[in-house]
Ligand binder design. Structure first.
Ligand SMILES: C[S@@+](CC[C@H](N)C(=O)[O-])C[C@H]1O[C@@H](n2cnc3c(N)ncnc32)[C@H](O)[C@@H]1O
Length: 181
């Protein structure tokens, strides 16, 4: 079976093309940004609050198509002023790094809200959630928020392993063709 990260990439694929503008809202070690680049997209905006991780990942990626900000993703509306084709959030903490620095329910929901505003019609957003003890409350808040989205404006789906408690899962969102404010 594919991992939830691989599933999130498969979910985003239909929204990617050579003019696509993407957002990696949680850069970390750059796996999701590397995926966008491998699909030949035009540009990736990336967010990461840990300066050392951001610097190391940018050095590793070495690609002028990536514009990274050492700022919380909840501020994306102050930095991005163009419509977005695809966006990914990989919540929680960065593997092999300080587990106490992780995404938080309130800023995560705020960032998803802002991200959805930036998304193009037919644009897609992938949310990879980790409902382990520290991420459970965050996952609950995010689910509550996305369940409240209008079904006439967004399609919201979930992909989850049902026979293993607390395993990571994917929420996929597509902004509908006929979306209007
Ligand atoms: C699960 S990791 C991301 C993994 C990453 N996609 C990869 O391929 O390695 C989550 C990352 O989000 C970062 N983070 C936490 N809060 C954030 C925020 N408000 N805005 C942006 N990044 C944040 C953490 O520092 C951590 O590196």
């Amino acid at each position: 079976m594919r991992s939830m990260v691989d599933e999130s990439h498969l979910f985003l694929k239909p929204a990617l093309h050579r003019h696509a503008v993407c957002v990696d809202a949680t850069l970390g070690h750059g796996k999701d940004t590397a995926f966008f680049l491998s699909e030949g997209v035009q540009k990736v905006f990336a967010f990461e609050i840990q300066e050392n991780i951001l610097q190391n990942t940018m050095k590793k990626l070495e690609d002028p198509k990536v514009q990274a900000f050492c700022q919380g993703h909840e501020t994306m509306d102050t930095l991005i002023f163009e419509p977005i084709d695809a966006m990914i959030f990989n919540f929680g903490y960065c593997p092999q790094e300080d587990p106490s620095i992780c995404t938080q329910a309130d800023t995560s929901v705020m960032a998803i809200q802002k991200g959805l505003k930036l998304l193009k019609r037919k644009g897609r957003m992938a949310l990879v959630l980790y409902p382990h003890p520290s991420g459970k409350e965050e996952a609950k808040c995010i689910e509550k928020y996305v369940q409240s989205l209008s079904a006439s404006l967004y399609t919201v789906v979930q992909y989850k392993q049902l026979n293993k408690e607390d395993s990571p899962y994917l929420i996929g969102i597509e902004k509908k063709e006929g979306y209007h404010e």
